[in-house]
Design a protein around this ligand. Sequence first.
Ligand code: KE4
Length: 428
Amino acid sequence: MARSQALRQRAELLFPGGVNSPVRAFRAVGGDPPFVERAEGAFLWDADGNRYIDYCGSWGPMILGHAVPAVVEAIREAAGRSASFGASTASEGDLAELVVACYPAIEKLRFVSSGTEATMSAIRLARAFTGRKYIVKFEGCYHGHADGLLVKAGSGVATFGIPGSAGVPEETAHFTLALPYNDIPSVEAAFAAHRGQIACIIVEPVVGNSGCIPPAPGYLEALRELTSLDGALLIFDEVMTGFRVAPGGAQERYGIRPDLTTLGKILGGGLPCGAFGGRGEIMDQLAPLGPVYQAGTLSGNPLAMAAGVATVSYLREHRAEVYARLERVSAGVADGVAEVAAGCGVPLTTNRVGAMYTWFFTSEPVTDFAGAARSDTRRFATFHRAMLEAGVWLPPSQFEAAFVSVAHTDEDVRQTVSAARGALARAG
Ligand code: KE4
């Protein structure tokens, strides 16, 4: 791994931990992360020419696979007309019309450049619209790195086992109530204790940032009812689940109508893009119409719009075939490895919703972050390293979801299950 090693040594002089986002450092699983040079379809190649079947997919965006010709051509064509104007373009409306078609709960939206911007802005909007300060989030859910949301968060925060983050004033965290996921009594108690004071609940409708945790039957419906009763807004953070678990995200899959929705990842087809949207009366509180300020130099960037239109329009035009394939291949890999684990006596709990899934190294059901945290993360680390050495790239943390793309084939599944035989034996 000579070239990756040289690149990492340079990177460690330039970036804290050698990375531009903490989870990429592989600290939770140990070993040195390979540097990726290129990717195509379901495969990554590192700087030393090693090939991997990719189940990280850039943490979700690459649902069509890497370097898909239609997406590449759309970006190339847009780039030829300049990368950015700082002015309105037709392409923003083109992507927005696709979003509105997929998400009936979104009457109006605004594009931003990341999921963090989307959730941060949605929270500010909810507080302004309701005139309330408190927000509710759930332990193990990650909504980006805005101050008030780094409270008992998932993803990298959970991976590093830190309660939140340094630099977040306790006065800010004070207004964030972090409750256990899939636990309605705790939500009822929070509303009883803060009647009329909670601006919103923000929830990953299918958790991805504790590893994959599906909502318990009736859970999302209860959140909808409790927020409506108290006049709080329900925000579905669909940055990860949007276009992933259905074209219309978890709100389509589970039939819930949130007040606000945040999107990202797949929305931009791999380019920096996020969005937040919802009821028009709420969205119209935003400047320049209303008193809530929110802005962004590259919001609605033409290249991101082009990649998003190419990606989302493909998903919509081929929805039946695409989501049936994602379901089949995702079930094939998740259940195939689970069967191998059962056969060699390694305790494994598999959670999956559509094309996102997680293997937890525990024999217990995993229905909230506390359950996920009881997994044997050391065993996961050994498994991850063995799979990487066998040419399978999994997300480098027990508290992340794995993703399948349209480009993954049955042969990729076979090879992955075969690699897992050796990796589970090593982790066993
Ligand atoms: P970004 O700011 O990273 O674009 O989005 C933040 C975000 C918001 N909401 C959800 C549900 C998310 O999953 C994310 C980001 N996800 C992580 C991986 N689980 C991004 C990977 C990283 O931090 O490098």
